[in-house]
Write a protein that binds this ligand. Structure first.
Ligand SMILES: O=C(NC/C=C/[C@H]1O[C@@H](Sc2ccncc2)[C@H](O)[C@@H]1O)c1cc([N+](=O)[O-])cc(O)c1O
Ligand SMILES: [Mg+2]
Length: 221
């Protein structure tokens, strides 16, 4: 049977990237997506914004929803200090298998936990599973109709602290209107939009960064 796109992306990484060098893994995936086959990685333009937000947050606890092939897991983890771990949630076992190999090729396997399952099922177990209280940084890049229910679930599970930063991909394309409406009208968050383009295209897209301010009351009028 034919290979899948993630498998073809992994092969490009193995052939073209230097083992143990995260930046060469990122370059190999971006080259593959620009010249061979488009894939839904955050990409180099939005990836640079992700990098800057991670660096300014310098998080100790990091959660990603939607691993796919591991591109953003490599981008994020390469910037984390030695003792910090990334937990990334992926419900498709084939994608999770490819992502683990991409992350391993980058030499970051000891700093990343690829958790297989649905975010809705795993978020309530995070604190107990990993012995953490809150996440300093959360990256949303999974099903677009899961952004809103999952941010609410993170709140309900008290997994956000004052100063926690939530960064959401694709708030323009494919779009996450219910999430944007919620987060921009909620006094518990201060949000900022970063205009960019859909990975490897000229289509408009963007990232929404939202800082959790702690539990205040009410909605913005
Ligand atoms: O659809 C998009 N992303 C959905 C991503 C989904 C990823 O997350 C899980 S779902 C899951 C994981 C964890 N828990 C619950 C569900 C899927 O197995 C996939 O690995 C998308 C689409 C475009 N585009 O241009 O069409 C561009 C993008 O940047 C995108 O991110
Ligand atoms: Mg995306």
């Amino acid at each position: 049977t034919r290979t899948t796109r993630p498998q073809r992306l992994l092969r490009a990484v193995i052939i073209n990237a230097v083992r143990g060098d995260p930046d060469s893994v990122i370059r190999a995936i971006d080259h593959f997506c620009k010249h061979t086959e488009w894939a839904m990685n955050i990409g180099d333009e939005k990836g640079a914004i992700l990098d800057s937000v991670v660096m300014e947050t310098s998080p100790s606890t990091v959660l990603e929803l939607g691993t796919y092939c591991g591109y953003s897991a490599v981008r994020i983890t390469r910037l984390l200090p030695p003792s910090t771990r990334l937990i990334t949630v992926e419900m498709n076992p084939d994608y999770a298998c490819v992502a683990r190999q991409v992350i391993q090729h980058a030499g970051l396997q000891d700093k990343v936990c690829v958790l297989e399952g649905q975010s809705a099922d795993l978020i309530p177990k995070m604190a107990e599973m990993f012995g953490i209280q809150t996440f300093d940084f959360v990256f949303l890049d999974h099903w677009k109709d899961r952004y809103l229910p999952d941010i609410r679930l993170l709140e309900d599970c008290s997994l956000l602290a004052q100063g926690s930063v939530v960064l959401a991909d694709n708030v323009v394309c494919p779009g996450t209107p219910d999430y944007l409406n919620y987060i921009r009208s909620n006094l518990n968050y201060r949000s900022r939009f970063y205009q960019a383009h859909l990975e490897y295209t000229r289509v408009l897209d963007g990232l929404e960064k939202s800082e959790y301010l702690g539990c205040r009351q009410g909605k913005r009028q």
